[in-house]
Design a protein around this ligand. Sequence first.
Ligand SMILES: O=C(O)CCC(=O)C(=O)O
Length: 346
Amino acid sequence: MIGAKVSSLFPRLWSTISLILGAVQYLLHGRTPPAAYQSLITLFCKTGGSSNDSLSLLVSLVHPPYRLRRTDGLLGDLDKPALDTITQQLDQAGYYVFAQRLPDDLSARLLHFALTHRCTVRPMDDVGTSVSAKLVDHYNREHLEGVRYDISAQDVIDNPDVQRVMADRSIMAAAQRYLRCKPILDVMSMWWHTAYSRIPDKEAAQFWHFDMDRIKWIKFFIYLTDVGPDNGPHSFIAGSHRTGGIPSVLRLKGYSRLTDQEVEACFSRDRFLEFSAPRGTIIAEDTRGLHKGKLVSSGDRLILQLQFSNCLFGGYYAPSRFSRILDPNLLAMVEQYPRLYANYTR
Ligand SMILES: O=C(O)CCC(=O)C(=O)O
């Protein structure tokens, strides 16, 4: 009763109280109450991101970065100047496209895995919420059934080639530098986008949006097929991840999908980026900024994605744990960096 009154009179104050109470519960029980997660989103929409920035500062104090002895790997040997350059561009523009690509044999094996492994067809916007994802034996390029096909997080993390990427020291180093704290690798996903539909689909993330599942995070998108302008390149608005980077007129629409027209009215043309790039390309991006997958007009696109966060406070993801660690480097990394893999080892 009192809560309802305070929340209508002082929404920002109420969200702050609910967030603090939720953070205490999270620290005690490791779970974020739904109301506190909603408050994280509400405060982002109201403050433009300064609420996330303050919380991130606290997390960095509690979990300062690991001292890394080695930072070499799939992205090359990332010495201090290289990490400085990457972090500076991420801070300013919100994205970084690495010159180093995934080795072609690794991309080829991951592509084969995604072509032969079971996956689910994600229900599209026009089918109502009662329809659930359809499990199929494998993604069949000759017989499309939807726009987005997801391979389950469990199957993704149990793949030995994915485990090699998860164990990569250079990717981890870039993530840690950007997050300014010990990172947690908390979301692993792999999905196809297809040319099934002529109109963009919200459920397949083909409308502009920002993410807000965590306090701070960074995603690595790895293309496993060549991506040209017709294959649904990942798209981003440069600099929109910065505090206040999304104008309030868009933020105040809440946590929702936005049309091209709404977004084009707010940013100059030169800020709109489409990442057309060959297979193996790795893009780091702070998806607090506005982004989407462009509609696929021909062919398809396969992505492997890693998300590193500064804390697991926030949205709920079904838990998954490694069934078996098959990559020897990953075993060593899990021992060395327990917080990094806590989401998959608990
Ligand atoms: O498929 C894409 O390019 C968009 C992905 C996306 O929205 C996300 O990972 O948050």
